[in-house]
Design a protein around this ligand. Structure first.
Ligand SMILES: *[C@@H]1O[C@H](CO)[C@@H](O)[C@H](O)[C@H]1NC(C)=O
Ligand SMILES: *[C@@H]1O[C@H](CO)[C@@H](O)[C@H](O)[C@H]1NC(C)=O
Ligand SMILES: *[C@@H]1O[C@H](CO)[C@@H](O)[C@H](O)[C@H]1NC(C)=O
Length: 880
């Protein structure tokens, strides 16, 4: 057989020459990621020349994805002018599919190119948001922990303050690692990467364990993740939690003999291609990716992962660690005080990551920590008057104010390093199973705990419980590896012929009536068998809902066994008008449950005058392990477009080869918003409140909360039916009138929207315009949209030279970067960016009065007017 020798040469050349990401020059070039279909007739080079682009390098570790660039058209002063490269692709596609020229050589060339380009997307810069922590910490004055120090020979001067390792005051509340250390389990041979800002490898505490080979700076495109900006200390602190050396500097890491790499992405805006590369960087040697960042935790963002990021995570779990899968650890988020929930964040609600929320040194739930059905576990962090002591930036520096869910995640990453030393053969799913099996039920009387069908206990606040390293490793010692992953993609249900096209134009569906509407989906044994699904693990649910106020919508999933997962609870600050255009929720609450039977999705709102919505449809994926491991395994692939409901019913869908639309739901660009409590470490913890008091999780109590009118289980499942029966005729007439108006208005807006969306598809530099036009929120100035990184707790001065006594209380935008640190940044004018108006973002003042005008079920506490954290869950429960 003759090998396509030149092809091989070319690939080899790309792999070796372009192995690391070259420096980008966004001012001179426009960058794109091109996915080439290697089976197509046109070569990569043909495609590049047809599109007029230059091939730069492979896109991270993604097979057949290439970073390409074209010189910027500087004459294009009007930013709204079409992107020439995207336009070229569209022209090629229209030539390829045009009937008139079907036989011409030009058309067949166009066809070859069109079928070889599977994906093309402009790369724009966005800023990710740190889940940082900090503030005031009383000198804890712990008694020394002489015994552990002596046994392990620990001379680190601040070890006695590391209560998360040995907690003398509340001995039950610690990561419980010292017993493993005594057995020689200290993370030897395991590498974790901090996907974060800089990592100070010159720190004497980190230098001995720094892993340079797996480190890279994706912000400045250099090899080493050197902290440069004044607030680049977050990655260093998180790294210290995992692998601070046992020496005479500060404290120790949980896995003090493991290695840490730094992947710097948070110190400036970053394009998807680089974020994707970071998540797969050196993924054969690096096992764990610790990620303490995400979309803003402001209680009103809903942001998923773009196609390349999802692709990278799937690539990581399928090919990383020699196929056993990279372990992604994500912090659940710090937006608890503004009702934020980790199911509104596509990183934390991904089935491919372990989502970690926080508990404080007394084991209580700190109010910043986000709850949701995708929470897997909790770990110790700040709150109740204490924070985390860890290495800081500088040769010999120690931080005492680290915290937030930002610090909970690296504590778990450190424990995973211990776990993988003992069981390097575990797959990414084994690690998740072990978390479910071994996490400890903390605060057992907390009403947030509920029994699952498998007999386990789950809580939105704590997931399956707190990670205890000793217990985890103990369970792992004789753990049998799980069988390969299987999944069932249920056919979508179109409620009353509901549909939504790629432009988010909705048709059909059913109005959300008071009390909510429901839809049932039957899962049969035959379906499981045909996809070879044995035992259930995750469930993802995708919903299509339009609503005039997204934060009013509540969504819950009820299993055939009566177990409920609250997927979306009310978010008081979220007044987006975009609804849920194919948004995916995730729940781990049905782990090990038998899924056969009828599942019910209930969608409700606050039944407020003037606010309304339509439930269009939903679908569900069941993920688990195969029943029969001898059958061929179906491999999951990330779809290009998966936000269309009933694609066949609309003529406006593009062929799936042209994806200049980033996944429609996942591009809501945040502005600077840091609704993060500055006093996170002194916040009173709780263990006596359900996470979502009004949301049906506790059927018995709900009868009292009038306006939410959560139905009892009996009526709830048939609420839609009974609503229809009891609604008087005038209701339908009114609906008809509204529809008639809506349709004419809809046609007008649809036309506009289509036009703007087309701009979006072809205009990398101006998608901020397009996004704001659909109410998606958007940030960005000039051609670079910045995804605002938020500095979780408004990082304070402790930062600067580790001097936490001189904390700055005034917060404001950090110089030079888009890390936003202040609430004031919410105002676009003060943030100096975001030219387009945000329909996504409520004005806090009007929002509040609106809330008071229409809220029937909760008394407003005076404190709730503050705008930055109304603690709605708590207040809501107080009124019960
Ligand atoms: C914590 O570790 C010790 C060994 O150091 C072990 O005896 C204990 O059971 C562990 N705690 C839990 C809750 O498993
Ligand atoms: C990392 O992995 C590569 C290939 O997978 C291997 O050649 C190399 O030796 C590894 N490096 C280290 C430092 O482990
Ligand atoms: C949905 O559409 C089908 C065919 O297009 C039609 O037969 C059916 O009556 C419609 N159902 C509803 C509830 O409108």
């Amino acid at each position: 057989m003759r090998l396509p020798f030149t092809l091989i040469l070319a690939l080899l050349a790309y792999d070796s020459v372009f192995a690391t990401a070259a420096k980008r020059d966004y001012s001179t070039y426009d960058y794109y990621v091109l996915e080439h279909n290697p089976l197509a007739d046109a070569s990569l080079a043909d495609c590049a020349s047809a599109l007029g682009v230059e091939i730069m390098e492979r896109a991270g570790e993604l097979q057949n994805h290439w970073l390409v660039r074209a010189e910027k058209d500087i004459s294009a002063l009007d930013k709204r002018r079409a992107d020439p490269v995207m336009q070229t692709l569209e022209e090629i596609q229209s030539r390829a599919y045009s009937a008139y020229s079907a036989r011409s050589p030009d058309a067949s060339h166009a066809k070859r190119i069109a079928s070889a380009v599977r994906y093309l997307s402009p790369q724009t810069l966005r800023q990710r948001v740190k889940r940082a922590p900090p503030p005031p910490v009383e000198d804890s004055g712990f008694p020394n922990i002489a015994e552990v120090s002596q046994k392990m020979g620990i001379a680190d001067p601040e070890f006695s303050r590391q209560w998360h390792i040995v907690n003398e005051k509340h001995p039950k509340n610690m990561m419980n690692v010292s017993g493993l250390w005594e057995m020689g389990v200290t993370g030897i041979g395991v590498i974790a990467a901090l996907v974060d800002d800089g990592l100070d490898y010159t720190s004497e505490d980190l230098a001995p364990n720094f892993y340079a080979y797996g480190s890279h700076d994706f912000n400045d495109h250099t090899d080493l993740p050197t902290p440069v900006l004044s607030n680049d200390h977050h990655g260093t602190r998180c790294a210290g939690q995992i692998a601070a050396a046992k020496n005479d500097v500060c404290g120790v890491g949980i896995a003090y003999d493991s290695k840490v790499a730094g992947l710097r992405i948070l110190s400036g805006p970053i394009a998807d291609v680089d974020e994707a590369a970071a998540l797969n960087y050196d993924f054969q040697n690096t096992s764990i990716y610790s990620c303490s960042w995400g979309p803003p935790d402001d209680g009103r963002s809903m942001e998923g992962q773009n196609y390349l990021i999802r692709k990278a995570m799937v690539n990581g779990i399928q090919h990383g660690r020699e196929g056993k899968g990279s372990i992604f650890v994500f912090a659940s988020g710090n937006g608890g005080r503004t009702d934020d929930q980790c199911n509104f964040d596509g990183y934390t609600n991904s089935i491919f990551s372990v989502t970690v929320a926080a508990v404080d040194h007394q084991g209580l739930h700190p109010d910043y920590s986000e709850a949701c059905a995708a929470n897997m576990v909790v770990a110790y962090s700040s709150g109740g008057g204490n924070a985390i002591t860890t290495t800081d930036r500088g040769a010999n520096k120690c931080a005492h104010t680290h915290g937030g869910t930002s610090a909970a995640a690296p504590n778990v990453a450190g424990v995973f390093a211990l776990l993988l030393q003992v069981r390097p053969d575990l797959t990414w799913r084994d690690v998740q199973h072990l978390c479910v099996k071994s996490a400890l039920k903390i605060n057992p009387d907390d009403p947030d705990w509920e029994k699952t069908a498998s007999g386990n206990s789950f809580s939105y606040k704590y997931g399956y419980g707190v990670v205890d390293a000793y217990k985890l490793v103990e369970v792992a010692r004789d753990w049998q590896l799980v069988k390969p992953q299987a999944f069932v993609e249920m056919p979508a249900i179109q409620v009353n012929n509901g549909s939504m096209d790629v432009f988010q134009k909705a048709e059909g569906g059913i109005s959300i009536a008071p009390g909510g509407v429901t839809s049932a989906m039957a899962v049969s044994q035959a379906q499981l068998d045909s996809d070879n699904l044995g035992k259930l693990e995750h469930i993802t649910v995708k919903v299509w809902i339009t609503h005039s106020r997204r934060g009013d919508v509540e969504v819950e999933l009820i299993s055939p066994n009566g177990v409920r997962s609250i997927l979306a609870a009310r978010r008081y600050g979220d007044s987006a008008t975009t609804g849920y255009p194919g948004w995916t929720f995730m729940t781990v609450k049905h782990w090990d449950e038998n899924p056969v039977g009828t599942w019910t999705l209930r969608v409700s709102d606050q039944a407020k005058e003037g606010e309304s919505g339509v439930f269009l449809g939903w679908t569900m994926n069941l993920w688990g392990s195969v029943e029969d491991a001898t059958k061929p395994v179906k491999i999951y692939d990330v779809p290009h477009v998966d936000t269309v409901l009933a694609p066949g019913s609309t003529e406006h869908t593009y062929p799936s080869t042209i994806i200049s639309l980033p996944a429609a739901t996942s591009t809501q660009y945040a502005k600077p918003t840091a609704h993060l409590p500055g006093d996170h470490d002194t916040s009173e913890g709780d263990a006596s409140k359900p996470a979502f008091p009004g949301s049906g999780g506790k059927p018995a109590g709900d009868a009292q909360t009038s306006a939410t009118s959560t139905p009892t289980p009996d009526e709830g499942w048939f609420a839609d039916l009974s609503n229809l029966m009891t609604n008087p005729l005038w209701f339908f007439i009114a609906v008809g009138a509204v529809l008639a108006f809506g349709i004419s208005a809809g046609i007008y807006f649809w036309r506009r929207r289509v036009r703007m969306r087309q701009h979006y598809t072809t205009l990398p530099a101006s998608d901020d315009v397009a996004m704001s036009s659909i109410g998606g929120g958007g940030g960005g100035a000039g051609g670079q949209r910045t995804k605002e990184l938020y500095d979780a707790f408004g990082e304070v001065s402790d930062d600067d030279e580790g001097d936490e006594e001189t904390r700055l209380h005034a917060r404001g935008p950090s110089p030079g970067v888009n890390l936003h640190t202040g609430f004031l940044d919410d105002d676009p004018s003060t943030a100096g960016m975001t030219p387009a108006p945000y329909r996504d973002e409520p004005d806090p003042a009007t929002e509040r009065s609106h809330e008071q005008g229409h809220s029937h079920e909760r008394a407003e506490s005076p404190a709730s007017g503050s705008g930055s954290g109304d603690g709605s869950w708590e207040h809501a429960s107080e009124t019960r």
